[in-house]
Every structure is written in C-alpha cells, then in structure tokens.
Write a protein that binds this ligand. Structure first.
Ligand SMILES: Cc1cc2nc3c(=O)[nH]c(=O)nc-3n(C[C@H](O)[C@H](O)[C@H](O)COP(=O)(O)OP(=O)(O)OC[C@H]3O[C@@H](n4cnc5c(N)ncnc54)[C@H](O)[C@@H]3O)c2cc1C
Length: 284
C-alpha cells in the first residue's frame, strides 16, 4: 500500500503516513524486501502492533513492514512456537488451552511476539526473558539466523535487537504443565487488575516511562500534580498517571510535548530522570 495512514496501525491513533506499507506472507518475502531495501537504499522500518510506538506527524519515509500475516502458533507438548506477527495475548491463550504455565503475565499485553521480544515485554513479575528458549531472525543483510534467548541480552524492557537491526520471524517458548484452573485464575486476576487500573477506554501507548530504580513512574507523576495535565488533545491519564492518553485527536507533536513536560517537571521536583519506554519514530 502506498501513503498508508499509520494512525490506523498504532494504539495511540496518531501519526503521519508511510510511503510504502508492506505485509509479507512468507519468511522469503521478508528476506527479499530487506535485500531490495538495501540494494535500492530505501529506508526500512518495522511496525508491529504499534502498541509501544509514537509515529511522528510527518510519517515514515520508505518501507514500513508489518508482519501481522505471519501469525501461526503451534504447541508441541511444553513448547510453543509462535510467528512474529502473532499477538502475545493469543500465545498466552494457546498456553492456557494446553494447561501450560509461564505466559500468564502476557495475557493483557497488546503487542506482537516480535514487539514483545524487542522490548522484553513483561508485567506483574513476569517477562519474556523467563520463557523464551530461542528465536529465528533475519539480519539487515537478509540472512536467516537461529539465536538462543541468551543471544538477545534481554533486560528490563530492552534487548539487543535494535543494535543488530534483527527482524524477528518466530520465537520458541518453553513452559511447564500446570493446572488449568490455576492458570485461568491468575489470568483473570491480572485482567481484572489491568482493566480497573488502566485507561483502556482511550487510545494510548501503555506506560510511557520505564520504572526508575527505586521509584514508580506513575507515583512520581501523580505526586508532581500532573494528572489531568493536557497539551492539545494529549492528557496525562486521570486513571493511571504513567499513561498518556489521546483524549481528543492529539497530534504526535502534542503527545511528545506532554512527555517532555512530564519529564522536566518530575526532574525539577524530585531530581529523577524518567526514561521513555515508548519509542518515537518517523519525521516531524
Ligand atoms: C494499553 C497498553 C498496555 C500495555 N501494557 C504493557 C505491559 O504490561 N507490559 C509491557 O511490557 N508492555 C506493555 N505495553 C507496551 C507494548 O504492548 C509492548 O511493548 C509490546 O511488546 C510492543 O509490541 P508491538 O508489537 O506493539 O510493537 P510495536 O509498538 O509495533 O514496536 C515496538 C518496537 O519493536 C520493534 N519490532 C516490532 N516487531 C518486531 C520484529 N518482528 N522484529 C524486530 N523488531 C520488531 C519495532 O520496530 C519497534 O521499534 C502496553 C501497551 C498498551 C497500549
């Protein structure tokens, strides 16, 4: 697709257009696209579920690749292999179906498998690092590589995937057998917590900031009196101060200005630097 509006593909529902929006159906097509982008010097960006991204108002030049058509999930005894475009929520549901424990934490994370590896997504004490066995990636030269989980240097909300520019194609998770009732009870409890604490009624990108050592970002923002602070259509959520919501047709610029305002205010009041968890991509 040409000149595709990316607000259709991001959770914040904002941002400009992509010159070319490509949705490959095979691993070979992924490889061919990256090789072509290299040969022709075309900028290349991966956008998955868009739940941890702000796309700037000028959009993204060149090719934006989205892997949602590569979304198979297969379970073999205690091992699940999921393609990169599968939703991590669906992987955790597949685990529940087969009475496998370990992925309960992911039952409400709205990202794809690829995005979850990239961010080492986690919640409520669990993270991808705990369950990932291995992954298959494509390098920026178009080569397929099989990597172990350790090869990705997974740490709190980071991996080395951006340093290498890897495109994750699939991930293999190792789980344990558990009791269906227990697994379901944990997932129901986490869903309840999420729905009661997070402003899921508005578009957002989840927690905007990482947890600063020794603090909680949401608490610092709340104590700084910033809840409800609005710039244009972007607002610090009244329900969860760690979230910024797109309350009424916010632009990416307004959203980013509010992020900076929150960072500056918390720094001034508490001397704590809030590091962004959400990624900002594209052009002004
Ligand atoms: C309401 C809400 C709640 C959230 N709750 C949580 C939570 O509890 N815990 C948590 O960790 N996160 C949470 N998030 C953030 C987000 O869901 C995760 O960070 C998720 O892992 C992002 O995945 P994605 O597919 O949306 O990635 P995107 O936002 O599309 O992309 C994020 C980055 O990953 C890269 N990427 C995506 N796919 C691939 C791939 N196949 N190969 C290589 N790189 C890739 C992209 O290039 C980009 O740089 C929440 C977000 C929202 C909106």
């Amino acid at each position: 697709m040409v000149d595709e509006p990316l607000k259709k593909h991001t959770y914040t529902k904002l941002g400009g257009n992509a010159d070319y929006f490509i949705t490959p159906e095979t691993y070979e097509q992924v490889q061919q696209t990256i090789i072509l982008a290299n040969q022709e010097n075309i900028p290349f960006t991966l956008l998955a579920n868009g739940s941890n991204l702000i796309v700037k108002d000028g959009g993204i030049r060149g090719i934006v690749m989205n892997l949602h058509k590569l979304s198979d999930i297969s379970v073999d005894e205690k091992v699940i292999v999921a393609q990169s475009g599968a939703r991590i929520i669906d992987v955790s549901q597949a685990a529940l179906k087969k009475d496998l424990t370990g992925l309960e934490f992911a039952c409400g994370i709205p990202g794809s498998v690829g995005g979850a590896l990239y961010m080492n997504a986690g919640a409520y004490g669990g993270e991808i690092k705990d369950v990932l066995l291995k992954t298959t990636v494509v390098t920026r030269a178009g080569e397929l590589l099989n990597l172990s989980a350790e090869d990705l240097d997974l740490e709190y909300r980071t991996s080395n995937i951006p340093n290498h520019g890897y495109i994750v194609l699939e991930a293999t998770f190792g789980l344990e057998y558990g009791s269906h009732e227990n697994i379901k009870a944990v997932m129901d409890d986490l869903t309840f917590k999420r729905e009661s604490k997070q402003p899921l009624e508005y578009p957002s990108c989840g927690s905007v900031f990482k947890r600063p050592p020794g603090y909680f970002a949401g608490k610092l923002i709340q104590d700084s009196g910033l809840q409800g602070k609005q710039i244009g259509g972007a607002q610090v959520s009244l329900k969860h101060a760690g979230f910024i919501v797109n309350k009424e047709h916010a632009t990416a610029n307004e959203y980013m200005e509010l992020i900076k305002f929150v960072q500056a205010t918390v720094k001034e009041k508490y001397g704590v630097t809030l590091e962004r968890e959400v990624r900002i991509i594209g052009e002004d």
